[in-house]
Structure formats: structure tokens, C-alpha cells
Design a binder for this molecule. Structure first.
Ligand code: 4AD
Ligand code: MG
Length: 480
């Protein structure tokens, strides 16, 4: 007999029919001679209720605990009890794998997110994480769908690289050398000539530079892959290993890149609203419960659905750095010295407290794009503006998240690129191939990077980024 997935069982066409379902027991309740088992197989947030007459197989009843996996053969009927429309009366139950209730960490009660993070191998089996990872899937599907329908080519850029795209030096080394046997060059630096690649290599921080090469032939490309940052940031928005989506578009300028990011985000969020209704509804309820325990000023101003629709219903706000700087400089918290970092000198980088102020206070929870940042606080590859002080950069800020996208029009002019590389101490020798692209048929182009987990965070409303990736990698933590 072929198994029916639980998400498909809730259907009038199965009424009175014999079916087989399999899953993990979420909860068992006994009443008189009958056991009521809530079963879930991950295909939906909804459990199906199994009604098992205890006379049928009295010997296995004690084995059916939370976490036990079973197959049930039975008939779908209309439920008389409250809380569910359908249920299954079991003819027989097959135990696939027991879960000893004295040892199984998950119990039918609410566990803290901290506890579940320590049990990340099992947390998929909770309602919350089932919902999150189905939504994560839907978002990644939507993103691929979007780019495909827009005519983009999906490119896989290398995970092991020899370059540091962001120039921030936050890289994980990749080596097969035995550290204690590292030979030193005459100048005292490590000799990598005997290493696997014959040179120093690291895990990529961004696929952008390679994606640019592809875009300068294929026109429109995007990457969607893992990236790695050895930054020691223990925050709710940073991972050492995260996934990034990086489109790169030839013959485009900054404003086209901004429009692309807005279109992509709206498409993906709308896709989830239309296709993940049950999961969103569950997470919305969860957030409301969580909020009810918080102080009024710390609560979310909108419920989850409303928040997501709010993102769709308005144009993103677009301001340049100078405007953002003046707003912040003249803001109440700045004047009253409530910001930890006071905004006074043109040229400073904005901190998350400033981003939060702009998005939430100044622009009423609408996404905000800030453009044309001072060149000194941005990467070498961004196009120098005519003022010679700023670059054609963009950061997109989301409410509750902060920066979700960072992008730019790229410097396509050879001599200016070289000047910038010298200025920013970027190794020209390492990036000879990048420079080549400006020597041979260069064109205006640009792109951005969207932090995938930050998007999943926004859509699910989860406050910690460690709860939207299956197995988070953070400083001092690489379990599983
Ligand atoms: O702003 P970033 O560093 O930009 C780049 O890497 C560019 N090369 C992208 C491009 O233009 N192709 O990173 C892009 C985005 C950020 O806006 C943020 O959403 C996310 O990646 N991000 C992180 N997400 C989780 N953990 C981290 N440590 C992150 N660092 C950046
Ligand atoms: Mg950035």
C-alpha cells in the first residue's frame, strides 16, 4: 500500500477510503479504551489524529510515545471531536522506530529556542522549525523562479578562492599543510608553495568577483551559494556560514540594480504569502504569544502577515547617504546623545541603531535603500561618483533586520579601478583576471548580495538568525 502524505489526507476524496500514513508521534492521549495519536510527517504543519482502539494491538501501546515513528493503516472519517475535521480510525499500527520517553529530548510542550538550538538535529520535528524550513525552501524556490523567469543564468562560483572580495580579511584559510610543519619564506611569511593549491586559499566571502566575469559575457547571471566570514560577531544577525544570492547585470546602472532588488524581494515575499499560508499563520500566532510576554515598547508593531503585506504595498524609500546623514544628525536620539555612536562627522558608517532609527522611526517600517556612500567605508570595486568622494553603492535596510542587501554599480573604468585598488591596498597580482575584464570589452554593470538567512528571518519573524538555518555556524560553535 502506498503512503499518503498527511498534507494530502485532509481531503473529502479520501473519506471512507482505506489509507496508509506514516510519521512521527507528536502526542498521545488515552481516554477509556481509546488512544488518540497526533501524527506528523513534515509535509504540513497540521497533524492528523489517529484513533486507535486499544483492543486491536494492546502489546504496542506503550511503545507509541512522542517521537516514535509509525505507519498506520486505517480509514479516513469525519471527526466528531472538536479541533479537527478529519481523523483516521486505525485498523493496524506498525512501529518503525521507538523513541524512549525517558530519553527523547522533545516533549509535547513548548521548549525554549535555546534548548532546541542545542538539539538542532531534532528541532526539525517541532511545529516552529517545520514551518521555518518549509518557508526557507519556498523562498529559495521563489528566488530561482524569479531569476529564471527574468532570463538570468544561474552560475556556481567557487567556494575555495584565492581572493578576498570584500577586502575585510575575514576569511577561513583552506590548507592541507600540517601547521607545525609550515615552512617560512625568507621574509617570515608562510610558504604555501607545497600546499594543495600551491598558494594561499580560503573559503569565499562572496561570489561577486567571479559572477562579474560571467555577467560580462552572459549578460544577466546570479549565484546562490554558501559564503563564509570569520568575523567575530556574536549577534542575532551574523553567521560564520551563510547563504547569499548575488545577481550581476551587464549594461546596467545603480538605479536598475536597486529596482531589481525591490522586485526580487517583493516577488519572494508574495510567493510565501500565497503558498505557505498555514505555516505563516502558525508563526504569526507564535509571535503574538511571544509578544504578549514582552513590554509594550518591545512588541512588534504589526502581526506577521500585516508586516509582510506592508513590505509589498509601498515603494521602497530611496535616499542617498547625505540625506540619511542629515536625518540622523538632526534626530532626537542623536541630539540627546541616546545613540551609542553619535553622528557628527560626514563619512562615518551607520551602525544598527542608526539603521533602526531610519527604517522604524523616520520611515514608518518601510524598507529603505541608502545610496552613494563615502568611498572610504565601501569596497574597492564600487564605482567612483563624479564628486570623487562617494561611490555608487546601495544598502537595503529592512525593519527589524537592518541591512538585508548590499550592492553597487561596479567600477568598469580600468585606470580608476587600479587607483582604487592601490588606495585600498588590494593585491593587483592576485586579481589580474578581474583587471583583465576592464581591459577587454568593459561595460557598465552592477549587482548586489542578498543575505538569504536575513530574508528568512524577516519572513518568519524569527529574532535570531541561528534559528533559520538548519545547523548554524557561529564563533565557538560548529556542532553537528
Ligand atoms: O554587504 P555584503 O558584505 O556584500 C557583499 O558581499 C557583496 N560582494 C555582494 C554583492 O554585491 N554581490 O553582504 C551582502 C549581504 C548583506 O547585506 C547581508 O544581508 C548578508 O549578505 N550578510 C550576512 N548574513 C549573515 N551573516 C553574516 N555574517 C553576513 N554578512 C553579510
Ligand atoms: Mg554590506
Amino acid at each position: 500500500m502506498i503512503r499518503t502524505e498527511i498534507k494530502n489526507v485532509f481531503d473529502i476524496k479520501f473519506l471512507g477510503k482505506k489509507i496508509k500514513i506514516s510519521g512521527w508521534v507528536r502526542f498521545k492521549r488515552q481516554s477509556k479504551n481509546v488512544s488518540f495519536i497526533n501524527l506528523n510527517d513534515g509535509s504540513t504543519i497540521n497533524n492528523i489524529q489517529i484513533v486507535l482502539n486499544e483492543d486491536i494491538q494492546p502489546d504496542i501501546l506503550d511503545l507509541i510515545n512522542t517521537g516514535t515513528s509509525i505507519s498506520v493503516y486505517g480509514t479516513l472519517i469525519k471527526s466528531e471531536g472538536a479541533g479537527q475535521e478529519f481523523e483516521v480510525t486505525a485498523k493496524s499500527v506498525e512501529i518503525l522506530g521507538v523513541a524512549d520517553s525517558n530519553q527523547y529530548p522533545l516533549q509535547p510542550k513548548r521548549h525554549s529556542l535555546d534548548f532546541l538550538r542545542e538539539n538542532a538535529h531534532l528541532r526539525f520535528r517541532t511545529n516552529t522549525f517545520g514551518a521555518i524550513f518549509r518557508i526557507r525552501h519556498a523562498l529559495s524556490f521563489a528566488i530561482h523562479n524569479f531569476f529564471n523567469s527574468e532570463g538570468f543564468v544561474y552560475i556556481n562560483t567557487p567556494i575555495i578562492t584565492g581572493s578576498d572580495c570584500e577586502g575585510a580579511g575575514e576569511m577561513f584559510n583552506v590548507t592541507t599543510l600540517n601547521k607545525s610543519k609550515f615552512a617560512k619564506n625568507q621574509n617570515g611569511s608562510i610558504d604555501y608553495s607545497n600546499d594543495f593549491f600551491g598558494k594561499e586559499t580560503n573559503l569565499t566571502v562572496s561570489g561577486q568577483l567571479e559572477a562579474e566575469m560571467a555577467s560580462l559575457a552572459l549578460g544577466k547571471v546570479y549565484t546562490f551559494g554558501p559564503t563564509f566570514r570569520a568575523e567575530n560577531s556574536n549577534t542575532s544577525r551574523h553567521l560564520a556560514e551563510f547563504w547569499m544570492i548575488e545577481p550581476e547585470v551587464a549594461f546596467s546602472d545603480l538605479s536598475q540594480i536597486i529596482d531589481l532588488s525591490e522586485k526580487l524581494l517583493k516577488y519572494s515575499i508574495n510567493y510565501v504569502l500565497e503558498n505557505c499560508k498555514n505555516d505563516i499563520f502558525f508563526l504569526e500566532k507564535r509571535l503574538l504569544e511571544e509578544d504578549s510576554k514582552k513590554k509594550k515598547e518591545e512588541r512588534n508593531p504589526m502581526n506577521l502577515t500585516k508586516k509582510l503585506k506592508h513590505t509589498l504595498n509601498f515603494d521602497f524609500i530611496k535616499i542617498n547617504y547625505d540625506e540619511a546623514f542629515m536625518i540622523l544628525k538632526n534626530s532626537k536620539p542623536n541630539k540627546k546623545k541616546k545613540f551609542k555612536f553619535i553622528i557628527d562627522q560626514w563619512g562615518v558608517d551607520f551602525q544598527s541603531e542608526h539603521e533602526k532609527y531610519l527604517v522604524e522611526k523616520e520611515f514608518n517600517y518601510k524598507p529603505v535603500v541608502i545610496t552613494n556612500y563615502p568611498k572610504d567605508i565601501k569596497a574597492f570595486y564600487m564605482r567612483l561618483n563624479n564628486d570623487l568622494k562617494t561611490v555608487a553603492a546601495m544598502d537595503l535596510l529592512f525593519p527589524g533586520i537592518g541591512e538585508i542587501v548590499g550592492g553597487a554599480q561596479r567600477e568598469e573604468r580600468l585606470h580608476i579601478l587600479k587607483n582604487r585598488m592601490t588606495e585600498m591596498k588590494v593585491n593587483e597580482k592576485e586579481l589580474w583576471w578581474y583587471i583583465d575584464s576592464r581591459r577587454f570589452g568593459t561595460v557598465p554593470h552592477g549587482g548586489f548580495g542578498l543575505g538569504f538567512e536575513r530574508l528568512v528571518q524577516y519572513v518568519t519573524g524569527m529574532s535570531n538568525i541561528r534559528d533559520v538555518i538548519p545547523f548554524p555556524r557561529t564563533p565557538q560553535n560548529a556542532e553537528f
